[in-house]
Ligand binder design. Structure first.
Ligand SMILES: Nc1ncnc2c1ncn2[C@@H]1O[C@H](COP(=O)(O)OP(=O)(O)O)[C@@H](O)[C@H]1O
Ligand SMILES: [Mg+2]
Length: 312
């Protein structure tokens, strides 16, 4: 039996998902026989941790401070072991631009992109460069905030006229945005879970839009408008390539314990990494638990393994 503090909630835009992940993790830890206390992360985080004196923290936070390395840094300062990736990996993975630059440097495929800050836009007239960007990326262009999750602030600009509004929307989430070439094809998620012999890729989950949403990009990402299939219907070679790419991305970012890598499979069979999530959702509809289940790892087992890795 281990005394575990489950960290959930927080101030991020993904607070709601985190509360659900956290509740489910608490139940699983209870069933596994651990002593569980939960903390809704806020300004009293440190005194609450000091009062509880847990042996380990289970970080069930998504987005913002909980996934970008901030909370992890505090846990390091307190000398408290915690689940999942460390400060550096979280920082790299939560920043899509940093991730993509590392991928490019390592020769791993990611869609071509340009990125600039709100300062460059407001004070250096970066807007004047949009024509050149559009020429190099071609429409539709995907506009996204550099650090956000759950498709928040992501817009598809079909023409030049759509770009200003898409940029304003993305800047409302983050001071850095990226404009990325659109990959038309299949939407794949590869979860990675560390085993005693190292990280392993789990069966692939494919997100399938409803037929009527196929050409309506925004509708595809509304909750409930997408069906998930696991394992994705891919031939063995493609499955292996996607899993290899996810494992390479995991290693490149320095992730630990578990993570989920989001990919696109282009119509010509080319794979691209979009991003990595150091703390993917753990709710009953989340992709990592689905993938683990397809590999014969039930939710309690998944949570138990993640905890064990933190204590090692
Ligand atoms: N370049 C792209 N081409 C096609 N679809 C994209 C592209 N970028 C993002 N998307 C779609 O938007 C979804 C969310 O994008 P992603 O980069 O994973 O951000 P997040 O999940 O953090 O919101 C993807 O799963 C994919 O369906
Ligand atoms: Mg994603």
């Amino acid at each position: 039996m281990t005394r575990v503090a489950v960290l959930k909630g927080g101030r991020s835009l993904e607070r709601g998902v985190s509360l659900r992940s956290g509740a489910r993790v608490e139940d699983a830890l209870g069933r596994l026989g651990h002593e569980v206390e939960s903390i809704d992360v806020g300004p009293d985080l440190i005194p609450r941790l000091e009062a509880l004196a847990p042996e380990v923290a289970f970080v069930a936070l998504h987005g913002g401070d909980g996934e970008d390395g901030t909370v992890q840094e505090l846990l390091e300062i307190l000398g408290l072991p915690y689940t999942g990736s460390g400060v550096l990996a979280c920082g790299r993975a939560m920043d899509k631009v940093a991730t993509k630059q590392l991928l490019l440097e390592a020769g791993l495929p990611t869609p071509p992109f340009f990125s600039f800050t709100e300062t460059a836009f407001r004070e250096l007239g970066a807007g004047e460069a949009l024509g050149a960007i559009a020429e190099r990326l071609e429409f539709p262009i995907v506009v996204k905030p550099s650090s956000q999750g759950s498709a928040l602030g992501i817009n598809f600009a079909r023409t030049a006229a759509d770009l200003p509004a898409a940029l304003v929307a993305a800047f409302s989430y983050d001071g850095r945005v990226l404009l990325e070439r659109h990959v038309s094809g299949r939407d794949l998620a590869v979860s990675v879970l560390e085993r005693s012999d190292g990280p392993r890729a789990l069966p692939i989950v494919e997100a399938l839009p409803h037929a009527e949403d196929f050409y309506d990009f925004e509708a595809r990402y509304e909750i409930g408008r997408t069906a998930f299939v696991c394992p994705a219907q891919l031939d063995e070679g493609m499955t292996e390539r996607a899993q290899e790419l996810a494992l390479s991305t995991y290693a490149l970012l320095g992730c630990r314990g578990f993570a989920r890598v989001d990919l696109m499979l282009g119509e010509d069979g080319e794979l691209f990494v979009l991003e990595a999530n150091p703390i993917p959702g753990l709710t009953d509809t989340s992709l990592l638990p689905q993938a683990a289940d397809a590999a014969g790892i039930g939710f309690d087992d998944l949570v138990g393994r993640i905890l064990e890795l933190a204590l090692r």
